[in-house]
Write a new protein. Structure first.
Length: 224
């Protein structure tokens, strides 16, 4: 059977696994973190928990993480996996993020994920809270209406880039060579050089060609 590339995560993690994955990418919740979880998978599932399941503590920390670390997100894959979501609220959140980080042109395509009236973060009472506190400046005028007191923004809730790079190999490689599939491929080979090309591609959600090139180059250096 030929190789078929998959971009979407295979299944949603259980709540305990999601918490461990969020800790693993530098969100400072209590508990043990997973070892080098996929960054984009974790961001997607955190947004679903925060928006659709109204876990506003998760959403608060997610937004802070995005503000600190967005430069090192694999934007191509993030756009692909959030564009596949059916939830209007999740799509509105990522459209709002694309607007918020509009200076980074890699995220411009996210803006098209929501069309129509703005969506309230709160199911009830949002208008009152907006009159009382005003809009969260990160979301002001965008697809999502959020009052300024709803989502706490504290950098102490996340690891800073230097700290996260020491714990997460793929993140470190993204800083080194850019936020790409190749960075994740090199991290996977660093962890297990024996991976076959197809297993390597599946691990990093990459094309078979990119996996072949990374494997070839890694072996070239190892031979030296």
């Amino acid at each position: 059977m030929g190789f078929k590339r998959a971009l979407l995560p295979t299944a949603a993690p259980a709540p305990e696994e999601l918490t461990a994955n969020m800790v693993g990418i530098g969100m400072l919740f209590s508990g043990e973190g997973s070892t080098a979880p996929n960054i984009e998978d974790t961001l997607l599932h955190a947004s679903i928990a925060g928006i659709d399941h109204e876990d506003f503590r998760v959403l608060s920390v997610l937004c802070t993480w995005l503000d600190v670390h967005s430069r090192w997100i694999n934007a191509d894959r993030l756009v692909a996996i959030v564009s596949a979501q059916e939830s209007r609220r999740v799509r509105a959140f990522w459209a709002a993020f694309g607007r918020w980080k509009g200076s980074d042109r890699r995220f411009i395509r996210l803006r098209a994920l929501h069309r129509g009236p703005r969506i309230d973060l709160l199911g009830a009472g949002q208008e009152f809270q907006l009159r009382r506190f005003g809009e969260d400046p990160r979301f002001a005028g965008g697809p999502l209406r959020v009052d300024a007191r709803m989502l706490r923004d504290r950098q102490a809730d996340v690891l800073m880039p230097r700290e996260l790079a020491q714990r997460h190999p793929a993140y470190r490689w993204r800083i080194t060579i850019g936020p790409s599939y190749r960075a994740d491929l090199w991290a996977a080979l660093e962890a297990d050089p024996s991976l076959s090309i197809s297993a390597l591609a599946r691990t990093a959600y990459s094309s078979i060609g990119a996996a072949w090139e990374a494997k070839h180059d890694h072996q070239l250096l190892e031979a030296g």
